[in-house]
Design a protein around this ligand. Structure first.
Ligand code: DP6
Length: 338
C-alpha cells in the first residue's frame, strides 16, 4: 500500500455497552484474551466519536502521534495506550506513519461513566479504515479487544456475545451480534451515584481478583451457564429470565472482587439503595433488574414502557444524583471519510 491511497481522515462512532453477563478476568494479558465469555447490550447516545488521520506531517511533523481528547492533549497514560493500539494498526497496514487522533465522548465523563469500550471500538474502526484496511466485523472486534476487552462487543449493536475463544493467538476471542438494536425495545436506566473517576480501574482490579480472590475459579466456572441462560432469554425476549441472570452475574463478579486482597469494593450507600429500589419496583409488579460495573452506578434493565416508572423510582432514591435513560444502539460505524 502507498500513502497516496490513504483517506485524509476517517471519523467513526461507537456506543458504549453494558454487560449483562460480566467479563472479569483474562486468560492472556498481552493479547487481552478474556478468561470467560460475556454478553452485553450496546447503547445509543452514550459513546465515543474518534477521527484518525495517518500522514507524514500528522501530529505536528515530529514523527510522533498526537492524541487529543475533547479538544485538548490527552493525559499521557491514555495517549500511550492509544499509541500502542495505533502500533497494532500500523504493523498490520505495513507502514510507520504518525497519526492524529481526536476523540470526544458523548458521555458525562466526570460521572465516571466514560468507558474504554466505546472509545476503542470507534478507534479500531477509524484507525483501520484510515490505514487503508478493510476489516470484517470479527476482525474489527479482535482488534478492538486489544484496546479493551469490552470494546470488542461495541463493534456490534443491540445484544452481543463475546467468546473467550480457545486459540492462543486470540483470533476466536471475538464478539458477535445476537439481536440487533431494533429487535427488542428494552431500556437501560443509569442511576448516577457519584461524581469523579472510579477507585480502581477494571484492568488492575481484575488482575488483582485473579491473583488473590479465593472465589475466582468459582466465578469463572459459573459464567458458561449464565451465558447459555442469557442467550436463551434473549432469543425468547424473556426480560425476567434475562434480568435474573444479569443480577446474578453482577453480584457474583462483585462478590469475587470484594474477596480480593486488598479488597475491591465499588459500591457506595446509594448503590445499595438503588438496588433496593429495583427490588421494591419488582415487588410492586414492575419488571426491572439491576447490574453494576466497575464503579458505583446502578444500571437498570426494563421494558421501554416501564422506563418512566423506573426512572422516577431511581430519581427519588437517596444518594442518586441523576438518571439517564438509554435505548439499545447500533454498533461502531463510519460517520465521515474523506
Ligand atoms: C466490569 O473491558 O474495561 O465493565 O480489557 O482490561 O480494558 P480491559 O477491561 P474492561 O473491563 C470491563 C469490566 C466490566 C464488565 C464488562 O464490561 O463485561
Amino acid at each position: 500500500m502507498t500513502e497516496i491511497s490513504l483517506p485524509k481522515s476517517v471519523t467513526a462512532a461507537a456506543g458504549t455497552n453494558i454487560a449483562l453477563v460480566k467479563y472479569w478476568g483474562k486468560r492472556d494479558a498481552a493479547l487481552n484474551l478474556p478468561a470467560a465469555g460475556s454478553l452485553s447490550l450496546t447503547l445509543a447516545n452514550l459513546g465515543s466519536e474518534t477521527t484518525v488521520r495517518f500522514a507524514p506531517d500528522a501530529g505536528g511533523g515530529d514523527g510522533r502521534d498526537c492524541v487529543l481528547f475533547a479538544g485538548a492533549p490527552a493525559d499521557p497514560k491514555f495517549a500511550a495506550r492509544v499509541q500502542r493500539f495505533l502500533d497494532l494498526v500500523r504493523t498490520r497496514a505495513g507502514f510507520r506513519l504518525p497519526a492524529e487522533v481526536a476523540t470526544t465522548n458523548t458521555v458525562p465523563t466526570a460521572a465516571g461513566l466514560a468507558s474504554s469500550a466505546a472509545g476503542f471500538a470507534a478507534l479500531a474502526l477509524a484507525a483501520s479504515r484510515a490505514a487503508g484496511l478493510r476489516l470484517s466485523a470479527a476482525e474489527l472486534s479482535e482488534l478492538a479487544r486489544r484496546g479493551s476487552g469490552s470494546a470488542a462487543r461495541s463493534i456490534f449493536g443491540g445484544f452481543v456475545e463475546m467468546s473467550a475463544g480457545t486459540r492462543a493467538d486470540g483470533a476466536d476471542a471475538v464478539a458477535r451480534g445476537l439481536l440487533d438494536e431494533k429487535a427488542w425495545d428494552v431500556r437501560l436506566c443509569v442511576a448516577i451515584t457519584a461524581e469523579g473517576p472510579k477507585a480502581i480501574g477494571s484492568t488492575a482490579a481484575m488482575e488483582r481478583t485473579a491473583l488473590t480472590s479465593p472465589y475466582y475459579q468459582g466465578w469463572l466456572s459459573s459464567v458458561p451457564a449464565d451465558l447459555d441462560q442469557a442467550r436463551a432469554a434473549i432469543a425468547a425476549r424473556d426480560l425476567a429470565a434475562l434480568g435474573a441472570v444479569a443480577e446474578r452475574s453482577a453480584l457474583r463478579m462483585h462478590a469475587c472482587a470484594m474477596a480480593a486482597n486488598p479488597h475491591i469494593l465499588y459500591w457506595n450507600p446509594a448503590t445499595v439503595a438503588a438496588m433496593s429500589s429495583v427490588k421494591a419496583l419488582r415487588t410492586g409488579g414492575t419488571s426491572a433488574f439491576f447490574t453494576i460495573d466497575a464503579g458505583p452506578h446502578v444500571k437498570v434493565l426494563c421494558g421501554a414502557a416501564d422506563a418512566p416508572r423506573v426512572e422516577a423510582a431511581l430519581a427519588v432514591t437517596p444518594g442518586v444524583m441523576r438518571v439517564l435513560v438509554l435505548a439499545p444502539g447500533q454498533g461502531a460505524h463510519i460517520v465521515n471519510e474523506n
